[in-house]
Ligand binder design. Structure first.
Ligand code: ATP
Length: 144
């Protein structure tokens, strides 16, 4: 299940965030399963990752048959469709995925994700906005 003790990752949702996570992990030599219900998005990462599959993550049977519970970490990177993000997280939880990281669209979405058992909730746009602002007022930056 875990060759060389390396963790195995599944990334669901291959937008800018999800595909970036998937590609980096694959480049670092980790086993990565990439999932999206958009066949074109799956195609775009297929050459980079270990397995790329077109599937609807709100379909519990489809997730179960992918063996999603055998992955150490699953990243849910579905942004716009909050309902799909929540249903997917719930299904992964029910299937017994040990560690689930979910990208949240806003604070309320994040709250729901925490309540249904997401292990980590991330807010990439908010956090990057803060980092950029911080960078702008850091003493090393004189003229921006
Ligand atoms: P980003 O900011 O990372 O580009 P985003 O927040 O705009 O992404 P979306 O583009 O809405 O997020 O979703 C990311 C991906 O998730 C899309 O490629 C979309 O096809 C996929 N996706 C949405 N719903 C599902 C689903 N039910 N099953 C599988 N993939 C899904």
């Amino acid at each position: 299940k875990k060759p060389h003790g390396k963790k195995q990752y599944a990334i669901i949702g291959l937008g800018r965030f999800g595909s970036s996570v998937a590609k980096y992990l694959a480049e670092m030599g980790y086993e990565v399963l990439a999932v999206d219900d958009n066949a074109q998005r799956v195609q775009d990462v297929a050459h980079t990752v270990t397995h790329a599959v077109a599937a609807d993550s709100t379909d519990e049977e489809a997730m179960s048959s992918l063996g999603i519970r055998n992955f150490d970490v699953v990243v849910v990177a579905i942004g716009q469709d909050i309902q799909a993000s929540i249903l997917t997280t719930l299904i992964l939880k029910d299937l017994g995925v040990p560690y689930i990281i979910v990208k949240a669209q806003n604070e309320l979405h994040g709250k729901v994700l925490n309540k249904i058992g997401a292990d980590k909730v991330v807010f990439p746009e908010r956090d990057m906005g803060l980092r950029v602002a911080h960078h702008l007022i850091s003493p090393n930056i004189l003229d921006h």
